[in-house]
Design a protein around this ligand. Sequence first.
Ligand code: DQA
Length: 163
Amino acid sequence: MILLTILAPQLFPTFVSNKTRMQSNSFLIINGPNLNLLGQREPEIYGSATFDDFFNQLQKDFPQLSLSYFQSNIEGELIDKIQEAGFGAVNGIILNAAAYTHTSVGLADAVKAISCPVIEVHISNTYAREAFRHHSYIAPHAKGVIVGFGLHSYTLALQSFLL
Ligand code: DQA
């Protein structure tokens, strides 16, 4: 079947187009302020793994995907990245805006403005923490929100794009 598909793709267009679609799937993870400190920052809340180690493993776990990663502590840089990626450069964005989740109308407007889907993620269960972490400016414009599963929140977000 695979050989036939390669030799005569017109006989199996669905198989070919699905395969092509999978191979062109590219996703961007954007992390906001202080998430560069993962591994050393409040490990009882955020765990002891660095994001680089997690991201390397994620790339190995999803070899069929093109994954990229951006982190900034600066609100405007996060907005620039969302604008740059959000009009066709990637198929989806996984966004942990960290503290800006609870404060930034600018980031929320950027998520609202772009055409590609965004999944909001949080490592900790923000609803089990201080009240100011219970509100997200981004969530109303996100495709979905995944909260509280540690770094697995990112994996679940990625899997949800593949459903
Ligand atoms: C966080 C939760 C935010 O409230 C906090 O400001 C962060 C990390 C999380 O992933 O659990 O920096 O987004």
